[in-house]
Design a protein around this ligand. Structure first.
Ligand SMILES: *Cc1c(COP(=O)(O)O)cnc(C)c1O
Ligand SMILES: [Zn+2]
Length: 411
């Protein structure tokens, strides 16, 4: 059997058995997976990890499954790129890109959470998986569910980027596009989840699903030579990824893999949907829901479930939260591409532009080690660059035409 002790309410600490449940019956707090860390410690060491295959399951004792992994066997262990060109551009010494635009079947970090959720859904005996999505989650549930032979119901706002819709429908899930924003989609899905016995990966399976995000931070620590960075910049939609990055550092310390955590955690949002960074900047932990209006659709959650916990972690770690305009997001995408050869989606643009701001504010030190999380691939949000890229040189198929354009380029 696995290494999980059970579920625990984050608010009142009441304990529950492992079941497809997600809220505390007594205080309505969110449930979280707890492990038998003494048992984990004996199995999971730097050495045992290093001997394993390079995928997200190499930390499996800290993932909430009992049997063998059923999805994502080739997903994860994404590159940690030393970003010297971008560092120079931003005026800092040591910068790394955690590049989740690659090494995942649907090209975003959502393959981490979905690999765990699908495995758990199969263990629970569900025959149908479902989700409420801002785009990437829909892609991932559609793909992994197909491979696992599960029925799939995937719910999205109808205004998503065309490429993200194609990247779901190609796997032939039951794709339901709703005339409303993500928060409305999510509310409807909660009602549906009450009636149908489906594994909604980010509703009734959420405690298990969310654990998959930890693998991104486990990898960062391992790839830095078993150290946590001074700073990590994480994009926030519901805030789940950020809370799990922090949980991952803590767990590695708990089992003796990390000696110290001296990481400041920074939350990055788009100004057009910034309930979390706004609360942080105002010094409050009260999240005021907003109506999203931004090109960063993957982060467009106006009422973020884990927003409160993000404010706590940012405070505890000494980090901060910032947000950037749509124009800055596009500039961030282009800057990352032209300096490091990495094409991130809008969420990546949010992270790069936010990092730039935090460096300018002096909140990220010039001599510190900083990791930025680029969570999804730019090929899925190409439309935001329409009319905003450099010029394409169109010529006739003859040498003179080339010479002419070359002269123009060189002038
Ligand atoms: C879902 C998503 C996130 C973060 O989501 P959380 O709900 O905060 O965990 C970040 N980047 C991309 C590209 C995403 O799709
Ligand atoms: Zn409770």
């Amino acid at each position: 059997m696995g290494y999980v002790d059970g579920l625990k309410c984050r608010e009142c600490n009441r304990e529950y058995q492992v079941d497809p449940i997600y809220v505390c019956e007594f205080c309505f707090g969110p449930l979280e997976v707890v492990y038998d860390y003494n048992k984990v410690k004996r199995a999971l060491t730097r050495k045992s990890i290093e001997e394993r295959e390079t995928n997200l399951w190499r930390y499996k004792e800290l993932l909430p499954i009992d049997g063998a992994p059923q999805a994502g066997l080739k997903s994860g262990f994404t590159p940690l790129i030393k970003a010297n060109n971008l560092a120079r551009e931003l005026g800092i010494k040591e910068l790394y890109i955690k590049d989740d635009t690659v090494m995942h079947p649907t090209l975003s970090f959502k393959d981490r959470v979905v690999s765990v959720a699908i495995t758990k859904a199969i263990e629970f005996g569900f025959d149908t998986v479902a989700c409420a999505s801002t785009g990437n989650l829909a892609n991932s549930v559609s793909a992994h569910g197909a491979k696992a032979g599960l029925k799939r119901f995937v719910f999205i706002p109808s205004t998503l980027e065309p490429s993200k819709i194609v990247a779901s429908i190609v796997y032939e899930p039951n794709l339901v596009a709703i005339d409303g924003n993500y928060d409305e989609v999510n509310r409807l899905c909660s009602e549906i989840a009450n009636k149908y016995n489906w594994a909604f990966v980010n509703i009734n399976i959420r405690p298990f699903y969310a654990e998959g995000s930890k693998t991104q931070a486990f990898e960062i620590v391992e790839q830095l030579g078993w150290k946590s960075p001074d700073n990590v910049v994480v994009p926030c939609a519901s805030g789940s990824l950020l809370t799990k990055v922090w949980k991952a550092f803590k767990e590695f310390k708990e089992i003796g893999i990390l000696n110290e955590i001296e990481t400041k955690v920074f939350a990055a949002q788009a100004t057009g949907c910034s309930p979390i960074s706004t609360a942080i900047k105002q010094g409050t932990d009260v999240i005021r829901p907003v109506k999203p209006s931004t090109i960063a659709k993957s982060l467009a959650i106006g009422n973020p479930a884990d927003g409160f916990y993000v404010t706590q972690i940012v405070k505890e770690s000494g980090g901060y939260g910032e947000d950037v305009s749509d124009e800055e997001i596009v500039d961030g995408i282009k800057l990352l591409a032209k300096t490091e050869g990495v094409f991130g989606e809008t969420a990546g643009g949010v992270v790069i532009a936010t990092t730039k701001k935090l460096i300018e504010q002096g909140r990220i030190g010039k001599d510190e080690t900083t990791v930025v999380c680029i969570t999804g691939n730019g090929l899925k949000t190409q439309e935001v660059l329409t009319g905003k890229t450099a010029e394409v040189h169109n010529i006739k198929p003859n040498f003179d035409a080339f010479e002419e354009i070359l002269k123009k380029i060189r002038d």
